[in-house]
Write a protein that binds this ligand. Structure first.
Ligand code: XMP
Length: 516
């Protein structure tokens, strides 16, 4: 029994940069899907009987001698298939069509002209619309049974399909925002062509996940490190539903949290959700270990090491604990599995401070490993978690230590905490759409200022607010000047150590979100 529903889509990844985006779009249509590399062990996947397939794009040409190909067993399964970009060419070729090297390369916005308005794929899509194309090769002869459904000025077959076998191809990317009616086209494939009806809902996921966790843990005991973040919170709540107080949650207060957070976490988990919670006040221990350390990497290493030590001490007090609950999400699972996204995986490793030593010998329970972040939030709401936990912005494991440049001291923690609370309060009160993350950074810079009749020599605080979908790339949030002004005025007035506030207007890349 898996936490996946019966009706689902297998996404065959040919090395696309957009594979995850396709998966997210399919999930947004409330259809369950998973991504597999094109050379996956298909016998295992086929056993789970996918209801339909989507073939992604990819950087190669199907005409290259060692190009990646579609496993023949997928065609033999006779399920609906949608090929996108490379996927369309691969589908066309595999079904007996002809692909030739293109003369004109087309990349970017293009006007799609629908030739077969009656096709289910283009239901509710206007005759002309904007799409995002990327192609070099061209399909010149369609496989038997296939019809040409649309074209662009330079691409004679921009969409094709065979209603009988329910195999379709599009040369453009329906998953990207620049394709005006991309969502409708994907929805048409999923609902009208593949006939998928079962809705991927968090309420039914909960029942299946609980059954699965019970199957895995049996009568055993589990432990979970709560960070206050949404992922570990939702994972713990779900596991507690399955095994009750055989789950012990450990919350380590390392003293590097934002104002009020330690209290909020304990209140939510102990008093509202009634979880079996051990809260460890390790503030002094962390501060002592961090004393005098300025190098950011060294700070991270110390925090990681201390965290593991505290966690191990707590685990040792619970007799017979065999399982460790972790809030691993689907993007991490895909990244660690797919070879072509090495860079993504590498960026992540330094973020995972919570990695536990192997000698603890705990087996992992990862109930969120099939979910995207927005689904985890939906699940959290469904499980009755308080809004301030479900909607919490991402917060680095090493906490405020990476938002204090230079040494971490109790005084400097207090400065950044107070400035940060003002940033949060003002942004949340303003009614602007909440950015992905927003916070204050305490720099080691000091500068001259004047207050009343006095010359001051105070600290420089930077404010950072970014918009992002996944934290991998980000843009600075274009906050209204009046709001920025209120933030600056309040920080300087209410935090006496600070006399100057600057706003960070760099995107990621080239900058990162955190300053460190
Ligand atoms: P950067 O600064 O690399 O951050 O652009 C990208 C995202 O990751 C978060 N971040 C961390 N999260 N442990 C975490 O759990 C960490 O050590 C860590 N460092 C950065 C950051 O807040 C942003 O959302």
């Amino acid at each position: 029994m898996r936490a996946a529903p019966r009706e689902w889509v297998a996404i065959v990844d040919f090395g696309a940069q957009y594979a995850q985006l396709i998966a997210r779009r399919v999930r947004e249509e409330r259809v369950y899907c998973e991504i597999f590399p094109h050379d996956a062990a298909w016998e295992n996947v086929l056993e789970r009987e996918p209801s339909a397939y989507i073939l992604t794009g990819g950087p190669r040409s199907v005409l290259e001698p060692d190009a990646p190909h579609l496993d023949a067993r997928i065609l033999r399964a006779r399920k609906p298939i949608l090929g996108i970009c490379y996927g369309m060419q691969e589908l066309a070729q595999a079904c007996g069509g002809t692909v030739v090297p293109g003369v004109v390369r087309e990349y970017g916005r293009s006007e799609l002209i629908v030739d077969a308005a009656q096709s289910l794929l283009f239901l509710d899509v206007p005759g002309r619309s904007q799409v995002w194309m990327s192609h070099g090769d061209t399909v010149t002869a369609l496989p038997r049974g296939f019809l040409k459904l649309a074209h662009t000025a330079t691409c004679p077959v921009a969409a094709c399909g065979d209603p009988e076998s329910r195999r379709y191809g599009v040369q453009f990317h329906p998953e990207v925002r620049h394709t005006e009616h991309g969502r409708t086209i994907l929805r048409n494939f999923l609902r009208k062509i593949a006939g998928l009806r079962e809705l991927w809902e968090m309420s039914s996921f909960i029942d299946r996940a609980i059954e699965e966790i019970r199957g895995q843990v049996g009568t055993g005991r589990a432990i979970c490190a709560l960070s206050g973040g949404v992922d570990s919170a939702v994972a713990a709540t779900l596991v507690a539903r399955a095994i009750g107080d055989r789950l012990t949650c450990v919350f380590v207060d390392h003293g590097l949290l934002r104002a009020g957070e330690a209290h909020d976490v304990v209140a939510a988990f102990r008093d509202v959700l009634h979880l079996n919670l051990v809260a460890v006040d390790a503030r002094e221990r962390f501060l002592a270990a961090l004393a005098g350390v300025e190098d950011p990497e060294e700070k991270r290493a110390i925090i990681g090491r201390e965290f593991i030590a505290v966690f191990e001490e707590q685990a040792a007090r619970i007799p017979g604990v065999e399982f460790l609950v972790q809030g691993t999400l689907y993007p991490d699972v895909i990244e660690s599995k797919t070879p072509h996204s090495k860079s993504g995986a590498k960026i992540k490793t330094h973020h995972n401070v919570g990695g536990l030593p192997e000698h603890m010998n705990l087996r992992l329970v990862e109930p969120l490993r099939l979910l995207f972040k927005d689904e985890v939030r939906r699940l959290g709401r469904e499980l009755g978690l308080p809004a301030r936990i479900v909607n919490r912005q991402p917060f680095p494991g090493p906490g405020l230590a990476v938002r204090i440049l230079g040494a971490v001291t109790p005084e400097r923690l207090e400065v950044v905490r107070r400035a940060d609370a003002i940033v949060r309060e003002e942004i949340e009160r303003d009614g602007v759409e909440a950015p992905w993350q927003y916070f204050a950074i305490l720099t080691p810079l000091r500068s001259v200022g004047v207050m009343g009749d006095f010359r001051t020599y105070g600290n420089l605080v930077a404010v950072r607010a970014v918009t992002s979908d996944d934290g991998m790339t980000a843009d600075w949030a274009h906050l209204p000047p009046a709001l920025l002004q209120r933030i600056a005025t309040r920080i300087v007035n209410e935090v006496p150590e600070v006399n100057r506030v600057v706003y960070d207007v760099t995107s990621k890349p080239p900058a990162t979100i955190e300053w460190e």
